[in-house]
Design a protein around this ligand. Sequence first.
Ligand code: 5AD
Ligand code: SF4
Length: 460
Amino acid sequence: MNVYDSERIAEALKPLKYQETSDLKRADLVIVNTCAIREKAEQKVFSFLGRLAGLKRKNPDIIIGVGGCVAQQEGEKILERVPHLDVVFGTHAISRLPKIIQRVEIKKCRIVDVETITTIDEFEAVRDSVDEGKVARFVTIMRGCDNYCTYCVVPYVRGGERSRNPEHIIEEISGLVDKGLREVTLLGQNVNSYGKKQGLCSFSELLYRINEIEGLLRVRFTTSHPKDLSDALINAFKELPKLCNHIHLPVQSGSNKILERMNRKYNRQQYLEKVDKLRRVKPDIAISSDFIVGFPGETPADFEETLNLIRQVRYDSLFAFKYSDRPNASASQLSAKVPEWEKKVRLQRLLDLQEDITLKKNRSLVGSTQIILVEGFSKKQSSKVRESRPPADLQWMGRTSTNKVVNFFQDETDASGNEMLTGRLVHVRIENGFSHSLWGKPVHVEPSAIVWKGVESDAA
Ligand code: 5AD
Ligand code: SF4
């Protein structure tokens, strides 16, 4: 969500006189986008803002702004806490940002805008000039959340659930495909309830429509609330060729007592039934999840149930966090807090268990051939290599449909030749499996004019 918002902020500021720089010391305008979901993320914001004081001392004309969830939550208080800050703008104020910056430039004043009125324009605007040529990107289909999980700040900082009009979503994705997009991840706090409130189409219907977009190769989505995972959506995994073979299905805990205290509205059994259904439809579907350890009242026995659930489901990967109190979230009022050291121990046990499972799963793929969509050069080389024609031994990075990162060398002597591979589907024979990625050798590159469901389309 935040990556997407940062792009929207950059987009909104384009009409102003500024140019992007990667060198903070040369900046005349610094906008910090923030996340309030966990306490640690929020602490990082304040230490980063603190470090910007030196920039303001050297260049008093620099404009420093902070946006996103922390800004929404703290409002004016941030100006008091950070004296060198000029602008605080909330999650609903992105479209107003250019005007805010212009006022600060002229009047040299400090401005706070955490108004929660979202104009139709802001939410529905089709962005047609975003960075061209990106192979994979996020597109927001809905915002906000009505679920009120007791630990979560989102409904307070992002507001209630609103879905975008399907026509606008399709228009945006089609426009991006014309500029090189091949894989889209549909984004929302709970995509499974897309459209319900406004009586738009259902989420699975939206997926069927997106599947028809010519030239788009892959569709992903995140995040799914298990309580709203419908049979229609489960079936879509079988029927839609472009829908990737992966679902992120956050469970948070394996203990029914804790799930109830979290207000998740499903129990362990119901969750496991959904996992079974998914695997009946797609036996090799990759499943990932989010976990919170040390939720108030979580006993060692509750935590063991969480570990057992992980052993039972055998996730492909997961994210796990130590519980932290958030402002407004009702769990902060719950007693029986788990001490910090204990949360740390539990987190490590959980991560160790999952690492073992991930490693075994990844190693089991050695010898298989996976089709990966190449996103670009692997991280190690992306900053060094800029030429249009890649040298031999170039390291590329892509993902499998199951969302596993695969790196491989391109060598003039093998099947990948010396073409630019970004945006291409490459068949890679897996030679090694690690805990966060796979390594392999390319055996075939699909032609750039691909045939998809009988439709000829141009793949980069
Ligand atoms: N403490 C710890 N983790 C949290 N998450 C959300 N709120 C909290 C909190 N207060 C985690 C959940 C969620 C993920 C995005 O962040 O696991 O799925
Ligand atoms: Fe937060 Fe729960 Fe909504 Fe997810 S579903 S954003 S955890 S309130």
